[in-house]
Design a protein around this ligand. Structure first.
Ligand SMILES: N[C@@H](CCC(=O)N[C@@H](CS)C(=O)NCC(=O)O)C(=O)O
Length: 236
């Protein structure tokens, strides 16, 4: 029987449940429903892309008990939340840094120092910004959502994101020393996980994009993990 240990924000089993292989799961990821929670997608996709096994706990959003259920795990009252036996980590960007520190063998961030700094800048810009675009193009995995008339501020957010993607992809394509790959910095990194929900939005709302940005959106949406997320959201 699992031993219960206090971790600061509630009791949890000292050892998480076993996965299909019978191996202990090192991580528990608590997320919101897949059709609604764009921040959850970021952390979930990172773990999936780097093949880190985790136990998934889903808390349905917009329910009378949603806040109480989230607060049982994190004082911030937001998902995603990552738990290990020792620690609880909330805030999607902090989760990514935590994973990068615990798995230095994995290229969570680009290996090259300059690219790594750039990737962190863009991930932070995503984490902190684009509130107008996020509000007006609310996260929705269902295909073919009508594109609403956007405010000037939301249009500026869309344009800035397109600039980010275009510049990163162009510099990737033009620099023969860049690591190969179709993502912002070559191979998939935490920066791509941060922008993946925007790719879903731009695709679902049919936001007009140039070829480079469209191709980046398709690259992200074609990931098997993304297809799995969208299928679970009832939007395959
Ligand atoms: N800055 C946070 C944002 C997390 C966030 O806003 N999550 C939403 C779901 S996407 C949430 O937990 N909402 C709580 C609720 O709906 O009660 C992060 O990066 O993790």
């Amino acid at each position: 029987m699992a031993r219960l240990v206090y971790f600061g924000y509630g009791f949890m089993p000292a050892f998480y449940s076993t996965g299909r292989s019978g191996a202990r799961m090192p991580y528990r990821l608590i997320i919101g429903d897949k059709n609604l929670s764009s921040w959850s997608l970021r952390a979930w996709l990172l773990l999936r892309q780097f093949e880190l096994p985790f136990e998934l706990v889903t808390i349905q959003l917009d329910q009378p008990d949603t806040q109480a259920r989230i607060l049982a795990h994190s004082p911030a009252g937001r998902v995603p939340i990552l738990q290990t036996q020792e620690q609880t980590v909330w805030e999607s960007l902090a989760i990514m840094e935590f994973i990068a520190e615990r798995h230095p063998d994995l290229p969570v961030w680009p290996r090259d120092t300059a690219l790594r700094t750039r990737a962190r800048v863009l991930a932070a810009e995503m984490h902190a910004g684009f509130a107008d675009m996020r509000r007006e193009l609310s996260f929705n995995c269902q295909p073919q959502v009508p594109l609403p008339a956007l405010s000037t501020a939301a249009k500026a957010d869309v344009a800035r994101i397109a600039d980010i993607w275009r510049e990163a992809r162009q510099s990737q394509l033009e620099n023969s020393e860049s690591p190969p790959g179709d993502y912002l910095f070559g191979p998939f990194s935490a920066a791509d996980a941060m922008f993946a929900p925007v790719a879903v939005r731009f695709d679902r709302y049919s936001v007009p994009l140039d070829n480079i940005c469209r191709s980046y959106v398709e690259t992200l949406l074609q990931l098997p993990a993304m297809a799995a997320w969208l299928a679970d959201a009832g939007a395959a």
